[in-house]
Design a protein around this ligand. Structure first.
Ligand code: FAD
Ligand code: MLT
Ligand code: ZN
Length: 464
């Protein structure tokens, strides 16, 4: 073991090979506090060559590697399970310049979403994916999780923004497809394969990312409705709005908790069961057409509208501050799921009833990306390692034809249930891909596939 640490210290400056528990601490516990493990070291390279040399050294030593960006992932995949090396990509933080004619930009894996958004905005363009963890989430992590966020209904998720990738494979070789070509039909889509691979197939070191036009006008409405069924019928009308960017859903109990946690006033003078954040953006002012569509139906109980930045941020805050609020209440069981939109209202009803049955006395907080049929089911109460509620909710999802992970991934949190919504043939194909690209299972062992848990890197647990 000390041989590996010594070798890593020849690859990167010794100060960037961390073994002191005080320094290692923030890298080995996840954002929710539900997942934590022991790392034999945390290594912080700053170039692709250093990443490749680290991977070769770990492969030689049979040490598992956990790639990590901002450590905002929510399924336990960014922290070690037992004795792996945490490979932090945050120092690969170079971004730009923007290629204006091609509308794309090169970004290192460690560039944060907020940095990327700022660079795009300076070029009068915009990066289309947005999520509340923008100050910490990195390009590498967002590619590895195929992150979604608020604008998927208009622009797609991370995979749709990635024109090129540079990645280090498990044998230390470098896959480099960084020409930024929009059209490239030369065999298997290796870039797409890395998107959503959760650090199990390769370590992303850089990417070419698509940029889109920055809208001149942006208008946000907070719309109160009676419940999920009304929200879905309003969604059907909203689909006719060409500039529609976001339709997010929150519920009265969650909003009340957010107000108490964040010290915010209630959004309306009286509470309503369900609120939607609806946002439109474009080159002309969408206020009128938005108001026409929202105002059309009897299902709308109240509306607040803002077009200036401060007002819009305020309307978003009742939605965006859910994640931190839930974390402040305890260690959450986070079940990020999607069902067909026609099933959403029934699913919401069933999920509340099921959680009450399986975990009486627990608190269920729901919110999500309504336009994508994506609900975040958060349960506070059950012990972190009591996963009966997780299983019950995921079985409901499968019964309604949904997916057990809409955007956060499988990680270790859901690996026991991946077979609920992926067939044996799917699983065999995924295992074959994993075996071909990482035959010794050193990349993020235990993520996605249960039987890989701890295979590489666990033998020397506790001896580092
Ligand atoms: P990490 O957490 O460090 O890692 C996540 C996964 O990617 C792990 O499997 C890790 O091994 C792998 N990984 C990291 N970097 C690399 C790399 N360079 N190469 C290969 N693998 C790598 N997610 C959404 O999809 N939509 C949301 O709306 C959303 N909102 C969030 C809001 C908050 C407040 C928080 C805390 C999280 C939210 N997330 C959301 C989850 C999270 O932000 C995303 O999954 C994000 O993409 C993770 O980026 P990261 O850099 O923090 O990755
Ligand atoms: C969100 O949309 O708020 C995120 O995906 C984070 C979460 O589910 O907590
Ligand atoms: Zn989300």
């Amino acid at each position: 073991l000390s041989g590996l640490i010594d070798e890593l210290r020849t690859v990167v400056e010794p100060a960037h090979v961390l073994t002191d528990p005080d320094l290692v601490g923030p890298y080995v516990t996840d954002w929710t506090g539900r997942w934590a493990g022991y790392a034999r070291a945390v290594v912080r390279p700053s170039t692709v060559d250093q990443v490749a040399a680290i991977v070769r050294a770990c492969a030689k030593a049979g040490a598992g590697i956990v790639p990590q960006g901002g450590n905002t992932g929510l399924v336990g995949a960014s922290v070690p399970r037992g004795g792996e090396v945490v490979l932090s990509l945050r120092r690969l933080a170079e971004v730009g310049p923007v290629d204006l004619a091609a509308a794309h930009v090169r970004a290192g894996a460690g560039v944060t979403l907020a940095q990327l958004q700022a660079v795009a905005s300076d070029a009068n363009l915009r990066f289309a994916v947005d999520l509340s963890a923008r100050d910490s989430a990195t390009v590498g992590g967002m590619i590895a999780t195929n992150a979604g966020g608020m604008h998927v209904l208009r622009y797609g998720s991370m995979r749709a923004q990635v024109l090129g990738v540079e990645a280090v494979l498990a044998d230390g070789s470098v896959l480099r497809r960084m020409d930024g070509l929009v059209k490239d039909n030369t065999g298997y889509d290796l870039i797409g394969l890395l998107c959503g691979s959760e650090g199990t197939l390769g370590i992303v070191t850089a990417a070419q990312l698509k940029l889109v036009a920055a809208p001149r006008f942006r208008v946000t409405s907070l719309v109160a409705v009676a419940g999920t069924a009304s929200a879905v019928s309003l969604l059907a009308r909203l689909r006719s709005l060409a500039p529609l960017e976001a339709v997010e859903i929150v519920f009265a109990d969650g909003v009340d908790l957010v107000c108490r946690h964040a010290g915010l006033p209630p959004p309306f003078s009286q509470p309503y069961p369900c609120l939607l954040v609806v946002e439109c953006a474009g080159s002309t002012d969408p206020t009128g057409e938005m108001a026409d569509v929202i105002g059309e139906g009897p299902d709308v109980l109240a509306v607040a509208v803002a077009s200036e930045r401060a007002g819009r941020d305020k309307l978003w805050s009742w939605r965006e501050r859910h994640t931190e609020t839930v974390n402040a209440l305890g260690i959450p069981h986070k079940l990020d799921v999607t069902v067909p939109i026609a099933e959403l209202a029934g699913f919401e009803r069933d999920v509340r009833a099921t959680v009450s049955d399986v975990a009486p006395g627990s608190k269920t907080i729901l919110w999500g990306h309504l336009g994508d049929g994506n609900l975040h089911v958060n349960v506070i109460g059950p012990d972190p390692d009591d996963d009966r509620v997780d299983e019950a909710v995921l079985r409901l999802v499968a019964a309604r034809g949904g997916s057990i992970s809409a955007e956060h991934g499988i990680g270790i949190a859901k690996r026991n249930w991946i077979g609920l919504t992926r067939s044996p043939a799917d699983m065999a194909a995924m295992r074959a891909v994993k075996a071909a690209l990482d035959p010794n299972g050193i990349l993020n062992p235990g993520v996605l596939f249960d039987e890989g848990a701890g295979r590489a890197g666990s033998e020397n647990e506790g001896s580092g």
